[in-house]
Write a protein that binds this ligand. Structure first.
Ligand SMILES: C[S@@+](CC[C@H](N)C(=O)[O-])C[C@H]1O[C@@H](n2cnc3c(N)ncnc32)[C@H](O)[C@@H]1O
Length: 257
């Protein structure tokens, strides 16, 4: 599904054109159901047919994500525990299904070196711009610059991506949170996740991610699943961390030492 990047502000026309080119997106709006709109304060994803939903603005410096980092920030977050953060030890993590970057930023905030990989062009653009803004922020810019890198758009299961930058990174851990088809059906699904799911679909090829992640990670792979979902690729994990709605399946290759 093609997602144009456009603007309504005449003073942003040139910037929108440059960004569209940089992210390989069209710069002209036709009948597409989704588009990215450039505002003075950044990009927003608009779902044309769902006028009841606010455009999705991704920000790590304002709103719920900033709050989550200030309050939790933390080692108590299940995702952080699943990655195996211990006293004085922070693994390097490839977040290979980065999406809106919330889990990845949480891991970076907890002290991990985090590489964010996303394959959808519009989601990649939204995420990359949010990280660019976060790097310029007075409060969080320091650790974001030091620990967060958005990789060029790609996928662990596309050979062009793997032969390039990923092997050089050699992460200790790979984190996977592919879209699960059931997600959109519950009322509790957050609006931004509904929007993301309508845009990217159900990640039907997700099973292929596990062997690729296990081949790349030196120490462990962590997979986030809804509580009732089967194991990714039908593979039983070494251990699990459970929360009310989710499970973190942990596949240990070797202990961190
Ligand atoms: C459920 S969302 C991830 C949410 C993310 N953990 C967060 O905290 O915002 C899944 C994302 O993974 C991306 N994705 C799925 N399969 C992928 C693959 N093979 N390579 C790269 N990205 C992938 C999808 O495009 C989607 O944006």
């Amino acid at each position: 599904m093609s997602v144009p990047l456009v603007t309504d502000c005449p003073e942003l026309t040139a910037a929108a054109c440059t960004l569209a080119q940089a992210y390989g997106l069209p710069n002209e709006l036709k009948e597409e159901p989704f588009y990215l709109e450039l505002f003075l304060d950044g990009l927003a994803l608009v779902w044309r047919t769902r006028t009841d939903l606010q455009p999705l603005r991704l920000s790590f410096t304002d709103g719920p994500q900033a709050w989550r980092q200030q309050q939790g920030g933390g080692r108590q977050e299940a995702v952080v525990r699943a990655l195996g953060i211990a006293k004085g030890f922070r693994p390097s993590v490839l977040d290979a299904t980065a999406g809106l970057g919330r889990d990845g930023m949480m891991l970076a905030h907890a002290g991990c070196q985090v590489y964010l990989l996303e394959r959808h062009p519009a989601v990649h653009a939204l995420l990359d711009q949010a990280v660019v803004h976060a790097k310029q922020d007075e409060r969080i810019g320091g650790w974001v610059q030091e620990r967060v890198q958005v990789l060029p758009r790609g996928s662990l299961i596309e050979s062009e991506t793997i032969t390039g930058q990923l092997q050089a990174i050699h992460p200790q851990a790979v984190y996977l949170d592919p879209m699960f088809p059931e997600r959109g059906k519950t009322a509790a699904v957050k609006k931004d996740m509904q929007m993301l799911q309508a845009l990217v679909g159900g990640d039907e090829d997700a099973d292929a991610l596990l062997p690729a992640a296990l081949a790349l990670a030196s120490h462990r792979v962590v997979v986030k699943r809804p509580s009732s979902a089967p194991f990714l690729a039908g593979q039983t994990p070494s251990s699990q961390i459970k929360t009310k709605k989710h499970r973190f399946d942990v596949y240990v290759k070797k202990a961190y030492s």
